[in-house]
Design a protein around this ligand. Structure first.
Ligand code: ADP
Length: 164
């Protein structure tokens, strides 16, 4: 029997309800879902890799299925290969995501054609949620509780407080 492993990579800075919806749905499609949290220093994340790992682990703890949360700092395809993944899972929100994702999936296929990229359409109600906008709204004092889990609202508030 094959044990199908999927990798769901991202920056998760911070993890949102949109991400968690993809994790929940993705976990049904594979025997094991490995959430890859990229260090991604080029994006200058709000939260450190250790904070993002802890945040994602905490938020997926109650989601049914075999779910692991792992840090990675390498080419996605090398990470996926190391994890023994058959597929890479990505969420698709809008046309804007499509172009970037299409290009990345194409290049990743050239790097390693044994691993397929699979896209899940964002849930309609969660479609507008983006980590970048969550941070922007919070920085200007707006409410983010419709976009991220309660504990993440706290994490962001704490982060902004210590920076002032
Ligand atoms: P990256 O830096 O890899 O884009 P993100 O953390 O921004 O990392 O996103 C990780 C994945 O989650 C991407 O495939 C992205 O399209 C998807 N995603 C982000 N927000 C949502 C959302 N609201 N609904 C569905 N998928 C989403």
């Amino acid at each position: 029997m094959t044990h199908r492993i999927g990798v769901y990579p991202g920056t998760f800075d911070p993890v949102t309800l949109g991400h968690l919806d993809i994790v929940r749905r993705g976990a049904h499609l594979v025997d094991k879902l490995v959430i890859g949290v990229t260090t991604n220093p080029s994006k200058e994340p709000m939260f450190t890799i250790a904070e993002r790992l802890a945040m994602v682990k905490r938020e997926v703890a109650d989601i049914p299925g075999d779910i692991a949360v792992v840090e990675f700092d390498s080419l996605l395809m090398d990470f996926a290969e190391r994890e023994g993944a058959a597929l890479i899972l990505r969420g698709l929100r809008a046309v804007a995501d499509f172009e970037y994702e299409y290009q990345m999936a194409g290049m990743n296929q050239q790097l390693n054609d044994r691993i397929e990229t699979v896209f899940l359409m964002a849930d309609v109600s969660l479609q507008p949620i983006a980590s970048r906008l969550v941070k922007e709204i919070a920085r200007y004092g707006g409410a983010i509780d419709k976009f991220v889990p309660p504990a993440v609202v706290e994490d962001v508030a704490k982060h902004l407080k210590t920076r002032r």
